[in-house]
Write a protein that binds this ligand. Structure first.
Ligand SMILES: Cc1cc2nc3c(=O)[nH]c(=O)nc-3n(C[C@H](O)[C@H](O)[C@H](O)COP(=O)(O)OP(=O)(O)OC[C@H]3O[C@@H](n4cnc5c(N)ncnc54)[C@H](O)[C@@H]3O)c2cc1C
Length: 184
């Protein structure tokens, strides 16, 4: 046993840290103010409806699977999820219902049919660009911890810096989206 660790909060961050530290040999205690674990990862039932308290979109399931694997559990036996075909449905006052399909071709068609997108090419370019940004930045900001100096001195970071002009760091999200709007 390496020692004791106390974690305040049983949100996904606290729980993931607790698993990693326990696997690393620490005795971990998690303290939670709420009567339930999960933090924002919970929901509220009201008048027959279910409201997410926080996340609705579950991205990167492999990160959760990794926690089970680290703890010596088979993720398939502990945690079940299904990939859905639509990430959400948007209801407009005029009766329009927009389905946010996960499939990009279907999503572009929906944008054309429901929201009047005339030319899908800028939309596909936008998705490709977002993907490029993610592929460049995930190894730096998601897969590494920035508090260690050695994590700044590696190929992924140098590649990210070399491609900094692709990242729109001087534009707000609104400006990036307006640029897309002008071309559709
Ligand atoms: C509206 C909304 C929508 C979101 N949508 C998405 C989404 O679609 N997809 C996605 O991936 N992410 C989404 N997120 C982000 C995601 O919810 C958070 O990143 C994640 O849940 C944060 O987890 P956490 O453990 O850091 O914090 P929290 O979930 O906030 O957990 C913190 C925990 O600490 C406890 N705590 C705090 N102080 C104390 C104390 N002093 N003593 C004891 N316990 C304490 C709290 O009660 C809580 O349980 C959304 C967030 C919000 C608000």
């Amino acid at each position: 046993m390496k020692g004791q660790v106390i974690i305040i909060g049983s949100g996904i961050a606290g729980l993931a840290t607790a698993v990693r530290l326990a696997v690393a040999g620490y005795q971990v205690k998690v303290f939670e103010a709420n009567a339930y674990p999960g933090g924002k990862l919970s929901n509220i039932a009201l008048n027959g409806y279910r409201f997410d308290a926080g996340p609705s979109l579950f991205t990167l399931p492999e990160q959760v699977n990794e926690l089970f694997s680290l703890a010596g559990k088979n993720p398939d036996e502990c945690f079940e999820y299904l990939r859905v075909n639509t990430s959400g449905h948007y209801f407009y006052e005029d009766g329009t219902i927009f389905h946010a399909y996960a499939d990009r071709e279907k999503l572009a068609k929906e944008l054309q049919e429901k929201l009047g997108l005339s030319n899908p090419k800028p939309f596909f370019d936008y998705l490709d660009k977002a993907k490029r940004k993610y592929v460049l930045m995930a190894p730096i900001f998601i897969e590494r911890s920035l508090h260690r100096l050695k994590n700044y001195l590696n190929f992924a970071t140098i590649k990210g810096i070399a491609n900094i002009f692709r990242l729109d760091i001087n534009r707000s999200m609104h400006q990036v989206l307006c640029h897309l709007n002008r071309h559709t």
